[in-house]
Design a protein around this ligand. Structure first.
Ligand code: GFB
Length: 315
């Protein structure tokens, strides 16, 4: 990718897309094109084709997706499969048909089997059954990464994919029903602190292990890979550090200063027992994360407070 390239970032208003735009600007890539959802419906193949034909970007970064935490995914596997499949097919195939020479597709480490070896290497893909709570989302992301792989192999375009671990950071979605665990915890503990509630209710047993990466570290990894002439087809991006959900809860509670007790609602799902990705490949290429979890949570609590005060938290 060159400084003068025209770069299309799909999903620029989301937590991930906006972090990628910030990083591109910081690194001097000034020619970035975006479209809001109202301007371009990525589920509409004809509209996506028209957009690519008009704009003719040199590079596309596909960070648009319907995303959510375990609650939203497990209640909506059909819609997570359908919408993400449509977005992936239209944005990747549309780019190819319009002659876009370079594309980075963002997936998720939930593409790997539920009982994958830990830490999960890229080679674990499609070796055993998926985690049921997010099977729809995972299948759509697997289709997208495979489409990139096939186009690269058969047609010679540099289309490649990256699988981020659980992400968090500014601009996250704070919906306590459908959101991911880390932003949900921030909102629950902050709300309890402000209301002086004695108890905060969290889901499951607290024993599952998860890995978290600040979205600014992910954005740096995206730009790093886009600058490579011969990037891997598929690469994991994670922090390499895992914590139990219980430990995460204590960390978020401490960062907010909340004094409430924690109650675990075991009627809610735990999801996959462990999800730590093997980051040997991306580290061997020269990328590593820079924001540790304590610092990242502290910064995100600050962002949440600022977003709340400004009346613009996403839910
Ligand atoms: O981020 P999360 O919702 O999704 O985290 P996954 C779920 C874990 O946190 C489970 C526990 O073990 C939950 O039981 N947890 C505890 C909570 N309290 C809460 C709470 O208040 N809210 C939520 N949401 N969880 C998602 C996938 O899996 O990971 C997506 O569903 C995506 O497809 C994403 O890949 C990165 O880590 O289980």
């Amino acid at each position: 990718m060159e400084k003068e390239d025209k770069i299309y970032v799909a999903g620029h208003r989301g937590m991930v897309g906006s972090a990628i735009c910030r990083r591109l600007a910081k690194d001097g890539f000034a020619n970035v094109v975006t479209r809001t959802h109202a301007e371009l419906d990525l589920m509409d193949p004809a509209a996506v084709r028209r957009f690519y034909a008009e704009e003719k970007p040199d590079v596309a970064v596909i960070a648009a997706a319907k995303v959510g935490g375990i609650g939203a995914n497990s209640a909506g596997n059909a819609v997570f499969l359908y919408e993400n499949e449509m977005i992936a097919m239209n944005t990747v195939m549309g780019a190819f048909e319009a002659g876009v020479k370079r594309l980075l597709f963002l997936g998720s480490t939930c593409i790997y089997p539920r009982m994958a070896p830990q830490p999960i290497p890229e080679s674990a893909l499609l070796t055993s059954p998926l985690e049921k709570t997010n099977e729809g989302y995972a299948l759509a992301k697997i289709s997208g990464l495979k489409l990139c792989e096939f186009l690269r192999r058969d047609k010679g375009v540099t289309y490649h994919s990256l699988m981020p671990t659980n992400l968090y950071g500014p601009g996250d979605n704070y919906d306590v029903v459908g959101g991911h665990v880390l932003p949900t915890m921030i909102r629950k503990f902050e709300t309890a602190r402000l209301n002086r509630d004695p108890v905060v209710n969290l889901w499951g047993s607290g024993t599952p292990l998860r890995e978290f990466l600040h979205v600014d570290d992910l954005a740096a990894a995206c730009v790093f890979l886009l600058k490579m002439d011969n990037p891997p087809d598929l690469v994991n991006v994670g922090s390499g550090r895992e914590v139990t959900i219980r430990t995460l809860a204590e960390m978020v509670k401490a960062a907010t200063g909340c004094k409430a007790q924690i109650a675990w609602d075991r009627s809610k799902p735990d999801g996959t027992p462990r999800k730590l990705c093997d980051t040997t490949l991306i580290r061997s290429l020269g990328w590593k994360p820079e924001i540790d979890l304590e610092e990242g949570i502290r910064r995100t609590v600050e962002c949440y407070r600022a977003e709340l005060a400004a009346g613009n938290i996403r839910v």
